[in-house]
Design a protein around this ligand. Sequence first.
Ligand code: FES
Length: 180
Amino acid sequence: MLAVKTNKPVNFSESAQAKAREIMDRYPTGKHKSAIIPILHIAQEENENWLSVDTMDYVAGLMKIKPVEVYEVATFYSMFNLKPVGRFLLEVCHTGPCAVRGAEWLIDYLCSKLNIKPGGTTADNMFTVKGVECLGACGYAPMMQIGKYYYEHLDTPEKVDALIEQLRNRVDYKHENWVV
Ligand code: FES
């Protein structure tokens, strides 16, 4: 997927910069590049849960590595979003066990209910639906991740409807990763 360039200046908050430095300091001299995944999570949190080219370039500058070294990681892992996403990013697992238990139905049902295509975002910017690979909760299939929370056994329209309604009412919701 091609990343998006916004030409907007990027600057982490002071607390995010301090956290990034603290993570890099966990590694031996010259090996701090290994901190790139948690730092990209911080970058997403600082940029409404997605990574623009500008944000990735900022991370490269912060880590003193080449931009391409950031791009190659950010474009490989599905947890990094290369375009803007809705307030609630519905990451539906569609790997084997979840597929057998109805993941494709779940994605189709969500997309039809929200009037979007897979990977798309609702016009009000509330929801994005994205298919992802195994999230390690195969025994609770079909399931999805929203931020740091898992929602499992989503096998009926009633359960999905109730969850979407619950999310719509979460006015205080702020996306949080569970990794950093
Ligand atoms: S296959 Fe869906 S969580 Fe593992």
